[in-house]
Design a protein around this ligand. Structure first.
Ligand SMILES: NC(=O)c1ccc[n+]([C@@H]2O[C@H](COP(=O)([O-])OP(=O)(O)OC[C@H]3O[C@@H](n4cnc5c(N)ncnc54)[C@H](OP(=O)(O)O)[C@@H]3O)[C@@H](O)[C@H]2O)c1
Length: 373
């Protein structure tokens, strides 16, 4: 059997956790690995499906000889749960298996768990330790949507932008297909799968008539909810002719509007009325309302006006996915993703953190967090 160090074992757990992408929300992505008392890798496991067994239980069940678990080392990206939820308590399962130590990545802020899972293990005489700060950060990143949901009243918001190298997302004529490569567009479908809803501005629906569903080999074809910012519900008149309407249940088309009066015919769609603010509809109210209807994560796909509204309120934004193509389109006839917001002074600039960069054919995918989020 393969020998692994503690660092490798936690890295394996993190890689396992990623495999739950798109299938576990609103639960966290969690991975686990188990190493025998002799340092040999016994098994790995991950939380595969919302409502399904947790990573620790999957990894325990993957071990062929239960005797080998006695005194084993468990590496798990999130504190094992202490409560009986949809599945049994993971802390109890680890105690029953007689493992010797548990190394965890992040404490679970869920009040039903918070420290209780670790306490349960310690009370049973299991050695409990935190992973290294560097790996703890990776574990936090893995569970970022869930951790945000436990501590914030807003949904987890990610902005997706697909632009030329000089920041152009469409030509003034409205032409925008395609600026980035097919590989980038496949990645967008993969990213969409993890979010409860996708959001666009009214004009993107008018100009692009997008399907806004998920077409990806890992997930088949899926349609999650779509949110459209449309203050006067102008789209409602012809919504049945739009592709995003025909590819999902009408109630999963959610309008954010200023229409506070009862709308006579919503055509089965959902309308959330929010107050107006200085710069259009009040995004804070919109985000709070979306969370109340169960949208815990939101993938914002533009266009420029909509992105501007979010960049004016960067505290509402958690993450940025910027697909930059190896092409130049020029601002003379282009729409820039940053043309609808302004920064008055340099010390007010939006600072990014945790920046990573990946090549996708001729494109670059820049992923970053908004500093402080
Ligand atoms: N490359 C990319 O990543 C990408 C992605 C998406 C779209 N696009 C392109 O972008 C272009 C559309 O961009 P756009 O900037 O013209 O339009 P947009 O952002 O799609 O839609 C703007 C409209 O949405 C409503 N809206 C959005 N946020 C609002 C807020 N906070 N308050 C009030 N109303 C709000 C307003 O509707 P009313 O006009 O009714 O007031 C506004 O005019 C299209 O050509 C599309 O192809 C490119």
């Amino acid at each position: 059997m393969r020998k692994v160090s503690s660092i490798e074992a936690m890295e394996l757990a993190i890689e396992e956790g990623k495999k739950g992408w798109g299938n576990v929300a609103p639960n966290p992505l969690v991975g686990c690995s188990i190493v025998s008392s002799k340092g040999e890798l016994l098994s790995v496991g991950y939380h595969r499906q919302f409502g399904g067994p947790h990573a620790e239980v999957v990894a325990l069940n993957n071990v062929k000889d239960p005797e080998s678990l006695i005194g084993a080392h468990v590496f798990v990206t999130l504190e094992p749960c202490a409560h009986q939820g949809k599945t049994g308590s993971c802390a109890t399962a680890l105690v029953d298996a007689k493992v010797g130590s548990v190394t965890y990545g992040v404490e679970d802020p869920n009040p039903l768990v918070a420290g209780l899972g670790l306490k349960r293990l310690q009370e049973a005489g299991i050695l409990v330790q935190e992973t290294t700060p560097e790996l703890a950060k990776k574990c936090r990143d893995l569970a970022e949507m869930f951790l945000h949901g436990q501590t914030s009243k807003y949904p987890f918001v990610a902005l997706k932008i697909a632009s030329s190298l000089d920041g152009v997302i469409a030509l003034k004529s409205g032409e925008s297909r395609w600026i980035t490569s097919e590989r980038s567009r496949i990645r967008v479908h993969y990213l969409r799968a993890q979010f409860d809803a996708l959001l666009v501005g009214r004009k993107t629906v008018v100009e692009d008539d997008p399907l806004l569903n998920i077409r990806h080999p890992d997930f088949g074809e899926r349609s999650n909810r779509v949110v459209i910012i449309d203050p006067e519900l102008k789209l409602l008149e012809n919504i049945e002719k739009k592709r995003l309407f025909s590819s999902r249940n009408p109630k999963d088309v959610i309008f954010i509007s200023a229409a506070t009066k009862e709308v006579s015919d919503l055509k089965g769609c959902t309308n959330i009325a929010v107050p107006e603010s200085q710069n259009g509809l009040d995004l804070d109210s919109a985000m709070l309302a979306l969370r109340k209807v169960g949208i815990e994560s939101l993938f914002v796909e533009g266009g420029a006006y909509t992105l501007g509204a979010f960049f004016r309120k960067p505290y509402l934004v958690n993450k940025l996915y910027l697909f930059v193509s190896g092409s130049i389109l020029g601002m003379g006839n282009g729409v820039s993703w940053s043309e609808h917001f302004e920064i008055a002074r340099l010390d007010k600039k939006i600072v990014l953190d945790n920046i990573s960069c990946e090549g996708l054919d001729k494109d670059l995918l820049v992923t970053a967090k908004i500093q402080g989020k």
